[in-house]
Design a protein around this ligand. Structure first.
Ligand SMILES: Cc1cc2nc3c(=O)[nH]c(=O)nc-3n(C[C@H](O)[C@H](O)[C@H](O)COP(=O)(O)O)c2cc1C
Length: 207
């Protein structure tokens, strides 16, 4: 089968993309509004960018009414955010924070999640997350559709500080993927935990 996004429409294309681009890591993004309200929401269009400078990105689509989601608005207004890693034990709470709460609701409080102040940015971090990346906004790129409407924003963060819980570090100081118990998003409402792990050494000659 071949699918043309122009013919298929945005809804069907969205489902084909989230079913095909798998597994996706989940950025559990905490922000703070201009008024000081804490916000928390998951984003699986997420990846690292480069280590020099240390950067990562996530993509934040608009609400159905065309307004930016609170996360994007807070990044635009305050220029900071934190990416927290969601482990299996916090997966229910993580999904709870995807509810469309109004901007003046503290989503840490609403979902019963403890926060800690960050050290380098005003946005808080998830206290019990095994890993958190404190970020400044490096760039926010608007993505427009064929009608010229902004439908999403690629939010690139410059990593200022990384918190890693000692409990997920092995004897060599590396993150132990089993201890981290990270989850990924699949299609629909499905998620996955880490299954079999295998190792393939890289070829010796590299350009
Ligand atoms: C696991 C998961 C991953 C998600 N990934 C994205 C994403 O990549 N981009 C996006 O715009 N929304 C994504 N969402 C939906 C947002 O979390 C949801 O719209 C949320 O209400 C946004 O909150 P905010 O308005 O507080 O920013 C995801 C939801 C879940 C449960």
């Amino acid at each position: 089968m071949r699918f043309d996004p122009m013919e298929d429409g945005k809804k069907a294309t969205y489902f084909r993309m989230i079913e095909s681009i798998v597994p996706r890591p989940i950025a559990w993004v905490s922000t703070i509004s201009r008024a000081g309200t804490h916000n928390l929401a998951p984003f699986s269009f997420f990846t690292g960018v480069t280590s020099d400078p240390a950067t990562l990105l996530f993509c934040c689509g608009n609400r159905r009414n065309g307004d930016p989601k609170d996360t994007a608005q807070n990044c635009i207004d305050t220029g900071v955010f934190v990416v927290n890693c969601s482990s299996y034990s916090a997966s229910q709470q993580m999904v709870q924070t995807s509810a469309a709460y109004p901007a003046d609701i503290d989503e840490f409080e609403a979902a019963g999640i403890d926060f800690s102040p960050s050290e380098t940015v005003a946005a808080p971090r998830v206290r019990d997350a095994a890993i958190s990346f404190e970020c400044d906004c490096h760039d926010i790129t608007e993505v427009k559709n064929d009608e010229g409407c902004v439908t999403s924003r690629i939010i690139i963060g410059r990593i200022k500080l990384i918190h890693i819980d000692d409990a997920v570090l092995d004897a060599q100081g590396r993150v132990d993927v089993r201890a981290l118990d990270a989850i990924s998003r699949l299609g629909g409402h499905d998620y996955a935990r880490i299954g079999e792990v295998f190792t393939i050494p890289r070829p010796k000659r590299e350009l």
